[in-house]
Design a protein around this ligand. Structure first.
Ligand code: HEC
Length: 99
């Protein structure tokens, strides 16, 4: 009995953490990103590669701008908060800028 109470407690804290560390459920920005088919181009082109220079993405604000640029070019129709979530996902996954 003691053990199972402990495991439930642990599980609860792990799932609380996962909203920040995306340990179990996918980042909401990843879901948006994958739905919008960004990988149609970026699968080959990648993100945060030295070969990508046109947008000069060297900071968190610049990353948000680049997301917004591609998003509006493609008419995806994300709200600003959704763009921010996608930028946050790309930042966690590829860019690692300080905010
Ligand atoms: C039609 C092709 C295409 C699609 C689809 C596309 N992009 Fe892009 N994206 C580009 C091009 C071209 C660049 C500029 C690459 C360079 O710097 O050479 C770019 C650059 C970027 C960059 C900056 C890359 C860097 O590190 O400098 C980000 C971030 C980005 N796109 C996000 C997105 C997101 C989010 C989506 C989905 C909504 C998306 N892109 C869909 C073509 C595309």
């Amino acid at each position: 009995m003691r053990m199972s109470t402990l495991s439930i407690g642990l599980l609860a804290s792990v799932s609380l953490l996962s909203t920040q560390t995306q340990a179990s459920s996918p980042h909401p920005g990843k879901v948006l990103h994958d739905d919008a088919n960004c990988m149609k181009c970026h699968a080959d082109m990648g993100y945060a590669k030295p070969s990508l220079k046109k947008m000069g993405v060297d900071s968190w604000p610049a990353l948000k701008k680049a997301v917004s640029y591609c998003e509006s070019n493609l008419n995806v129709g994300w709200f600003p908060e959704e763009q921010e979530q996608v930028a946050d996902y790309l930042n966690q996954e590829y860019y690692h800028f300080d905010k």
